[in-house]
Design a protein around this ligand. Structure first.
Ligand SMILES: Cc1cc2nc3c(=O)[nH]c(=O)nc-3n(C[C@H](O)[C@H](O)[C@H](O)COP(=O)(O)OP(=O)(O)OC[C@H]3O[C@@H](n4cnc5c(N)ncnc54)[C@H](O)[C@@H]3O)c2cc1C
Length: 387
């Protein structure tokens, strides 16, 4: 009988495992919260109108045709001792239980502001490019406000997509210049880290911030949020009319409740993604506790390492070729306010010790196109069609 693999999360990591194992004799079921997936990397360009939601959204139907079962529902509990996964509100019933031979945990991250004082009262001040609803609010404000203080915030690493907060600041600058109101705004970028992330492009980002007159504040973690200001752990106060803030990231709480890890899901090593306590539970992508940045390439590469491990445990001799390394692109907006975003290209080779960074210090328009091609290629590979 085919071995049953249940994958929690039909995103980059989850679909990486599912598409790899489904063609190799496994019975694969993916459980995903929604009927669709919306890719992350180009979300910031929704602000400027350079990207459209329909190009970023994919359904699971094509992969269903290829034999992967996809169940829409919210996993709220895992019981490792009895190999059970509990799912709420599926369209096949209000709750369901699944048993598995292998469980792959790939639900990505949640954004958790609960440790910030005042968050429970003033959460509605938070906008960002991570969540589509908040992005929509941010966009509406950027295109309608005529003056004020804008605060953009990056929490302590690790968080999902290192450059997205600085991308947000530069795209905010671009839109305000485009509207001819930039001189009526102050933009402050507060970073909880000692440098903007990823650190190996921090020099170029800070130079671009200087040109854009964005004030950069590092080493300041936001500890409190009020109606009109944030306060950092060391007592700095920053007033805002518009706040674009990412909360600290962690894996969804069913992972810690099942004893699979605290903030993120524990793994034995980046190459052996099994939980230290359970041979049959593996974690991939942003939810996994990996010593690497949390991004799409790492999520996909970890999914191939996980698939390899499952195949090895089943005695299959095939091994997918994979290593940890990535190319990334950071949007730098457009200093002159044209809605024609330039990007930096950078890379990190994690196979060498210490990891070897690379970058082209010159922002280019063609890098924005490259990022789009790269994102579309992933979507075609994992969801089976192009838009
Ligand atoms: C704004 C933004 C910009 C980004 N920019 C870049 C970039 O430029 N380059 C780059 O490489 N990466 C970028 N990323 C990061 C990249 O998108 C993630 O690292 C990658 O998607 C992680 O893959 P994952 O499988 O771990 O999580 P995801 O792709 O997020 O997939 C997780 C899936 O699990 C589902 N899920 C969550 N909880 C449950 C549950 N309890 N039950 C069922 N389903 C659940 C979710 O709905 C989702 O479909 C960006 C992300 C964002 C949001």
């Amino acid at each position: 009988m085919k071995k049953k693999v249940v994958v929690i999360g039909g995103g980059i990591g989850g679909m990486g495992v599912a598409t790899t194992l489904a063609g190799r004799g496994f019975d694969v079921t993916v459980v995903n919260k929604d009927h669709y997936y919306v890719t992350g990397p180009s979300r910031p360009l929704l602000l400027t109108g350079e990207q459209r939601l329909e190009r970023m959204t994919r359904g699971y139907e094509e992969m269903g045709k290829q034999g992967i079962k996809v169940i829409t529902g919210n996993v709220y509990k895992v019981d490792p001792a009895n190999r059970k996964v509990y799912v709420a509100e599926t369209y096949m019933g209000s709750t369901r239980e699944f048993t598995y031979d292998y469980l792959v945990v790939a639900p990505g991250v949640v954004y958790d502001g609960s440790k910030i004082n005042g968050y429970d009262k003033f959460w509605w001040n938070v906008t960002n490019v991570y969540d589509l609803g908040r992005l929509s609010v941010l966009k509406e404000k950027l295109w309608s406000l005529n003056s004020g203080n804008v605060v953009v915030y990056a929490p302590k690493a690790p968080y999902r997509c290192a450059p997205a907060p600085t991308e947000t600041a530069m795209l905010i600058h671009t839109i305000l210049v485009n509207r001819g109101v930039r001189d009526k705004f102050n933009i402050t970028f507060i970073d909880a880290n000692d440098k903007t992330q990823p650190p190996f492009i921090a020099d170029i980002v800070s130079k671009t911030f200087e040109q854009a007159k964005i004030q950069l504040v590092t080493n300041q973690e936001i500890a409190e949020i009020g109606e009109k200001e944030v306060v950092t752990r060391s007592g700095e106060r920053h007033k805002f009319d518009l706040l674009a803030m990412l909360e600290p990231n962690r894996a969804p709480s069913f992972i810690s409740e099942a004893g699979l890890g605290e903030n993120f899901a524990d793994v034995r090593s980046p190459q052996d993604l099994r939980n230290p306590k359970y041979d049959d539970i593996l974690a991939v992508g942003d939810a996994a506790k990996l010593p690497f940045p949390k991004n799409q390439e790492i999520a996909f590469e970890s999914s191939l390492f996980a698939a390899n491990k499952i195949m090895e445990m089943e005695g299959l001799s095939e091994k997918i070729s994979v290593q940890y390394a990535f190319v990334g692109w950071a949007y730098l907006g457009n200093l002159e306010g044209k809605l024609d975003t330039l990007s930096l290209q950078f890379s990190l080779d994690l196979t060498s010790s210490p990891p070897k960074p690379g970058k082209d210090p010159q922002p280019k328009r063609e890098y924005t196109t490259q990022k789009d091609n790269w994102e579309q290629a992933y979507l075609a590979r994992l969801f089976g069609y192009k838009v």
